[in-house]
Design a protein. Sequence first.
Lengths: 251, 67
Amino acid sequence: MATVFSKPEALTDAPLHYCPGCTHGIIHRLVAEAIDELGVRGRTIGVASVGCSVFTYNYFNCDMVQAAHGRAPAVATGVKRSDPNNIVFTYQGDGDLAAIGTAETVHSAARGENITVIFVNNAIYGMTGGQMAPTTLPGQVTQTSPYGRDVNTVGYPVKVCEMLSKVDGATYLERVAVNNVKNVRAAKAAIKKAFQNQIEGKGFSLIEVLSTCPTNWGMTPDKALGWLEENMIPYYPLGVYKDKYAESEVK
Amino acid sequence: MAKVTFDENLCKGCGLCVGACPKKIVKLKTEINIKGYHPAHVEDQSACIGCAFCATMCPDCVITVEK
């Protein structure tokens, strides 16, 4: 019998601390599989963010750095520039990347840093207990928007892929989801491509992964996947938002 | 014939594998594991087709699939 599916080598044996059904675990595995398949684990350095994903340094079986809140792309810039042979990725949530870290995100994209950014968007602040995030949907109920997000007072969600698609320095931007097997496989391909771009020196790649937060959304893991499909995907459409090299091939 | 094994003490009983299984053979146990969750397991191993859908959706890398 041949093993057709097992835990990737780029993940440690540490049990994940995430809540039951949290799709962070799936995304961790996809990143680890991409690292394994590209054979770059020995020279990969990850940058952990602040939020639920702060403990990623316990889970990835490669060198890891932990950055201050939102500063992961800035730290990754330094790590990458100090030795460009390293494969450097950041793993950030929406509170980290799209709120306090917006400046670092936009400017590392504008500089065209040759790094890979994994952006996990679950439309809520998870670790701190379910407050409204920049990516919370209009009308979505959270701890700090008990009547639903009112866009007249707190504004509209930040669409990161759409925003960065206008930044000339960005190379590859894709939004994927992990709500079913088909989308998980597409997410894996996107993440692998983002790492491949870095190996080829193509520049800044960001993969936005639509994720769930069953605990803070107040629903079962199964219902959370359905909520993602019905509410998040229509507002945050999946697809490739920018692929600089595909465009040049077409032209 | 395919074989699925669950590292039951790592399982958090979220049930994402249960929903993903096309053959509907993955179920949550009534007993609890070391963490106090109801772990997933396969009732009818002979019906398994080894598609690894359960493992693809598992957030905790609990499942190993052999074929």
